[in-house]
Ligand binder design. Structure first.
Ligand SMILES: Nc1c(NC[C@H](O)[C@H](O)[C@H](O)CO)[nH]c(=O)[nH]c1=O
Ligand SMILES: CC(=O)[C@@H](O)COP(=O)(O)O
Length: 139
């Protein structure tokens, strides 16, 4: 049994609740414990995972959030930089599944967040579990 941390950018409550439910179910079904920490937006997620990892308390992380395209270039910054930060940590060996949706509209987000449909939260948790298992094998 390992301790996983879900780091959620709580920008859209109803969408996050579905993503977290899917992620939590996947982690608990695999026999692990789950904590959740909430940050304002997707840009804060990589830094939060970096800080959490320094504590040594967690074996893996699931990044949760939703970025919906608006009218300006801000979408590219938030979507791209959050993914870039998460990927940088992954390349340093941190076990992270990226469940931050980057979508055009709310309808796309609902289909992807709903555990009964695309279940992207569960998918991200399974990615974190896969990296955690590889770390155990090779670590
Ligand atoms: N527009 C969205 C954001 N924007 C906020 C940033 O992530 C960040 O919190 C702010 O710039 C302060 O550093 N965040 C999301 O998660 N989703 C969005 O659609
Ligand atoms: C992530 C975004 O694009 C967004 O929420 C910001 O919207 P806008 O570009 O209309 O300010």
């Amino acid at each position: 049994m390992a301790q996983f941390l879900i780091v959620e950018a709580r920008f859209y409550d109803h969408l996050n609740d579905m993503l977290i439910a899917g992620a939590r179910d996947a982690l608990e079904a695999a026999g692990h414990s789950v904590e959740v920490v909430t940050v304002p937006g997707a840009l804060e997620v990589p830094g939060t995972i970096a800080l959490a990892d320094q504590t040594g308390r967690y074996e893996g992380y699931v990044a949760i959030g939703v970025v919906i395209r608006g009218e300006t270039y801000h979408f590219e910054i938030v979507a791209g930089e959050s993914a870039r930060g998460i990927m940088a940590l992954t390349m340093d060996g941190v076990a992270i599944g990226n469940g931050i949706l980057t979508v055009e509209n709310e309808a796309q987000a609902i289909v992807r967040a709903d555990p009964a449909q695309k279940d992207k939260g569960g998918e991200a948790a399974k990615a974190a579990l896969a990296l955690y298992e590889l770390r155990r094998r090779w670590g």
